[in-house]
Design a binder for this molecule. Structure first.
Ligand code: ASP
Length: 435
């Protein structure tokens, strides 16, 4: 068996966390390929090393003095090395990085050093080979991840390396400069390594015991999902639930490699298994997620529903203004278009005017302050009464539903409520389905 294990920033923020990580890896010889993040926050209010590197480089590229902050970065690593009692020094690397900063090696290069240096420490601690991600992860000319080039080269390298550390977050461009993924991108590296290694499992170690059924800022102590499918997760992350980088799903999903989310601070917890499973879900509802900040453009016109092309005309107006829509609930004499409020910018009046013009609607109004909530579950399809339970439980709480939309996949029901009802709605749905 081969497992790829990715450890996030809080799992590698200081020496005592490294020791937990080493225990976890040593306890299972199948954990062969390790993808570390840069040191994250040690306590709330602390600064991630990646952010320190960005700040340091910004100062250097303005020609300013960056020694002080650079020294702080060095201290973070030296504290880890001495805390672990390792016989190693990163001084040569620090000097090399300092010179490259003066030579303007780029912001991505700067940010990537967080993972690079951490990877060297993890490799030394475990006695694993260190593979620089710049040699095995590639981006194309346009800056997009290049799977065609990466996978064969990485696969070949892993084929003769039994145990290795591959730093997360970065790779190289065709001109050999360093490029990073977007923030949180070590998750993507882990997924790519898992795909190249044909791993049996990709373990993503973080500081929570899996995906929570609802946002813990809204619901008190929500339960952890035992299993979630890729599609369910996509629906939930679209609505704002985050634990893993969205782009980390694709490489492993294609190869049907499951991801298990685990907690470095509580390794016995089962965590959440993310896989294309046929296993029935433990709850009808796998997760509830939502976001505030939506607006509804309401268009009224007698029998507009019978007019061929009415929706197209309205959507063309939105397209011209660069506005993406979320949902279009409709009636016989009206349509509503739900959009993100910020996407309207300061063009609301123009959009209203243009829609009126193209549809000859009797009234076009905009209602702000709407929240969307997605109730997601793969078992909903085969369970009767899910919508009924949602509506009756919300009715009992006196919560008014403004819109309902069930996707054709039948794995999610989206409802719109007033923003002031957002928290209550999520709590009500959570209690109605999670026992
Ligand atoms: N260290 C990078 C960040 O802070 C990447 C990662 O942690 O995944 O975004």
């Amino acid at each position: 068996m081969t497992k790829v294990v990715k450890f996030g920033g809080t799992s590698l923020a200081e020496a005592k966390q490294f020791l937990k990580v080493a225990d976890i890896i040593r306890s299972d010889p199948d954990r062969r390929y390790v993808v570390p993040s840069a040191p994250g926050k040690r306590f709330s209010g602390d600064t991630k090393v990646t952010d320190m590197f960005y700040a340091c480089y910004d100062s250097a590229s303005r020609g300013g003095d960056f020694e002080e902050i650079f020294q702080k970065i060095k201290n973070r690593y030296n504290d880890i090395i001495s805390g672990l009692g390792l016989d190693m020094s990163l001084e040569d690397d620090f000097e090399h990085i300092r010179l490259n900063f003066i030579g303007r090696a780029g912001r991505d290069y700067a940010a990537s050093r967080g993972e690079y240096l951490n990877g060297k420490i993890v490799a030394k601690l475990l006695g694993f080979a260190f593979i620089d991600a710049a040699d095995v992860i590639f981006f194309d000319e346009s800056g997009k991840y290049d799977a065609k080039r990466t996978i064969p080269i990485l696969r070949e390298r892993l084929s003769y390396t039994e145990y290795a550390v591959i730093p997360g977050f970065y790779g190289s461009m065709p001109n050999d400069t360093i490029r990073t993924f977007s923030r949180g991108g070590s998750d993507i590296t882990g997924s790519i390594v898992a795909a190249a290694a044909d791993a049996d499992l990709y373990e993503n170690w973080t500081d929570v015991s899996g995906f929570l059924i609802a946002d813990p800022r809204v619901v008190d102590n929500p339960q952890v999902m035992k299993t979630v499918t890729y599609r369910e997760l996509r629906e939930l992350s679209y609505m704002g639930a985050t634990v893993i980088h969205e782009d980390a799903i694709f490489p492993v999903m294609q190869k049907k490699i499951p991801i298990r989310i685990k907690n470095t601070n509580s390794p016995e917890d089962a965590g959440t298994l993310l896989a294309d499973t046929d296993e029935p879900a433990e709850n009808t509802v796998t997760g509830v997620a939502g976001r505030k900040g939506f607006s509804s453009i309401n268009i009224e016109k007698y029998r507009i529903h019978d007019e061929c092309g009415a929706v197209r005309k309205m959507l063309e107006v939105l397209e011209e203004h660069g506005v993406n829509f979320e949902h279009i609930p409709s009636g016989i004499d009206n349509f509503s278009i739900v959009v993100e409020t910020t996407s309207l910018g300061d063009e609301t009046d123009d959009i209203v005017y243009d829609i009126k013009k193209v549809t000859s609607a009797s009234s076009v109004t905009v209602e702000n302050g709407i929240a969307l909530i997605a109730v997601v579950g793969r078992s909903m399809k085969s369970t009767r009464g899910v919508a009924g339970t949602i509506f009756s439980s919300l009715a009992k709480e006196n919560i008014n539903i403004k819109m309902i939309d069930q996707g054709s996949s039948e794995i999610n029901i989206v409802i719109a409520v007033a923003e002031r009802d957002y928290e209550r709605t999520i709590n009500t749905i959570y209690s109605a389905f999670v026992k």
